[in-house]
Design a protein around this ligand. Structure first.
Ligand code: HEC
Ligand code: HEC
Ligand code: HEC
Length: 451
């Protein structure tokens, strides 16, 4: 009896110890998984977390994000850790098939083995969710996954993250957070003709019909005019009054990922980003456009109309929150000013139109929901175009009009117009891939090496 009690007492702390590191490992895995922002893409609206199904519309068809829960039949429950690491860093599925670069392995290839292991540990603890994900959204020849080997031969470089010995540990951590975990370049760096990342890092690019702005250190085209404290405030809350607020994909990045970064990681990230090489672009700053302008005079006494003017649309739909002069309202500009606002001052109207159509839904640094209603159901494409033109005229750089066709294209997510050369170019890539594979076979059969 006494002996039994003794053994139990001796075992108790050991059991507790075995428990503790596991919990810590899971929490660490959750932190890394958030920093890499896996959940956003792998969860469809209303669906179970990580169960996949979110569609990615490309000019070539639709790709659906995979189910990465531990479900054995429809998820990755039967995968080994090595197969998982190969998928995340090299874009190859357990069955050997190539993954489309909609899964950003071009950035994740730089993840450390320890971080991939941490993500794996965390994902294994998520509930298994049964969800069959479609794989039929791409038409011929783009559904030929093996041809992606050709794309990879040109655009994918299997180089791990190598710290720069000339820089300090904080700078290197910042670069790792930006390029590997945060994969900022996947949206903010322009693509080459073959859709690889170009050399103009952070020079700005179109993604899903949104403009992911130039965030290089250029003082006019980029965010060189922001202090590091400005950048920290924007990236951890999504709002920097008088300059920018985050909607669209950036709202997701902040709400699901960046707001969870520890203060030292956030400092490392912003320290790195605020010093990336300047990239030329727009000749006018998007942060200093516009001035207060009161819409009241323009609409006073105007009879109600079936075909309201831009001013009337603004007065009826926007002024209640953003103010009749566009100054913004609320404590700390909860409803932001429309002048000195990057979405209005930018050189393309895309983000402004997207915001009017889709509204804003973001979680701020304190975990509160920030909401602007969507107007897609209330306003026609012609009305959105007229309203956006009014907003740009009054609070932006007055750099052009928005036409209804542009709004229609963004509403239908027909974001990218496929240039003719692409229709020719991609089958050529397929051919190229075939040649690469053939050449490898030939070399192999000649040298007698089998792998
Ligand atoms: C920008 C969106 C995006 C992000 C971020 C993203 N993924 Fe993916 N992922 C995808 C898409 C889309 C696919 C499917 C690609 C295809 O079918 O070729 C995919 C496929 C996968 C697969 C292959 C599974 C299978 O059965 O096909 C794994 C594993 C995976 N992702 C894990 C992750 C992990 C882990 C993270 C975070 C480190 C992550 N993904 C972040 C979009 C994303
Ligand atoms: C999924 C695509 C995506 C990713 C990934 C992404 N961004 Fe963005 N980013 C955007 C879009 C789109 C905007 C414009 C948002 C708007 O107008 O509301 C933006 C805006 C910004 C802005 C504000 C610029 C301005 O002028 O308003 C900063 C700063 C920024 N991003 C930094 C980053 C950093 C740092 C990372 C990586 C940690 C990152 N972004 C990752 C899409 C992305
Ligand atoms: C019910 C209140 C409300 C109404 C009505 C409203 N907004 Fe907003 N708007 C918001 C909120 C909240 C935000 C997000 C602020 C943030 O991100 O911190 C916002 C953000 C914006 C932004 C900046 C987004 C960015 O990413 O930089 C623009 C531009 C904008 N609204 C334009 C409009 C226009 C044009 C209308 C009229 C069609 C309108 N809003 C109507 C509440 C409103």
């Amino acid at each position: 009896m006494i002996r039994k009690a003794l053994t139990l007492a001796a075992l108790a702390p050991v059991a507790a110890l075995a428990q503790a590191p596991a919990d810590a490992a899971i929490r660490h895995g959750e932190y890394v998984t958030r920093a890499a922002d896996c959940e956003v893409c792998h969860t469809s609206p209303g669906g179970a977390p990580y169960a996949g199904g979110l569609p990615f519309k490309t000019p070539f068809g639709t790709i659906y994000a995979s189910n990465i829960t531990p479900d054995a039949r429809t998820g990755i429950g039967t995968w080994t850790e090595a197969q998982f690491a190969r998928a995340v860093r090299h874009g190859v599925r357990a069955d050997g098939a190539q993954l489309y670069p909609a899964m950003p392995y071009t950035s994740y290839v730089k993840l450390t083995e320890a971080d991939v292991a941490a993500i794996w540990t965390y994902l294994r603890t998520r509930p298994a969710a049964r969800n069959v994900v479609r794989d039929d959204g791409m038409g011929f020849p783009y559904n030929q996954r093996w041809a992606l080997a050709g794309w990879k031969a040109i655009n994918f470089s299997d180089t791990p993250f190598t710290p720069d010995p000339g820089k300090n540990a904080e700078w290197n951590r910042g670069k790792y957070l930006a390029t590997a975990l945060g994969h900022c370049e996947e949206c903010h760096t322009p693509r080459t003709v073959t859709f690889g990342l170009s050399r103009h890092a952070y020079a700005g690019a179109m993604i899903d019909g949104w403009q992911a702005y130039n965030i290089s250190s250029d003082p006019v085209a980029g965010i060189g005019s922001w202090s590091q404290a400005d950048l920290t405030r924007y990236l951890s809350t999504g709002a920097l009054p008088g300059k920018a607020t985050a909607a669209g994909g950036m709202a997701d990045v902040i709400g699901h990922s960046l707001r969870f970064l520890t203060p030292p990681d956030m400092a490392a990230l912003t320290g790195y980003i605020s010093h990336v090489a300047p990239q030329a672009g727009s000749a006018q700053s998007r942060f200093d456009a516009g001035a207060p302008y009161d819409v009241s005079a323009a609409v006073r006494g105007a009879p109600p109309s079936d075909d309201p003017s831009g001013a009337a649309l603004f007065s009826g739909n926007c002024a209640s929150c953003h103010g009749r002069s566009g100054t913004g309202t609320g404590a700390d500009r909860y409803y932001p000013s429309l002048f000195n606002n990057s979405a209005v001052g930018a050189d393309t109207p895309n983000n402004l139109v997207q915001i009017i159509l889709n509204g804003v839904h973001r979680t701020n640094g304190a975990g509160q929901d920030i909401l602007m209603p969507a107007f897609a159901d209330q306003l026609t494409d012609a009305q959105v175009a007229r309203l956006a033109t009014y907003v740009i005229d009054m609070y932006g750089h007055r750099n052009g009009t928005v036409d209804a066709a542009q709004v229609t294209a963004l509403r239908n997510h027909a974001q990218t117009v496929i240039p003719g050369w692409l229709l020719v170019g991609v089958p050529l890539l397929v051919l190229f891939a075939a040649l690469v594979v053939l050449r490898r076979r030939l070399i192999r059969s000649h040298s007698g090496v089998s792998r």
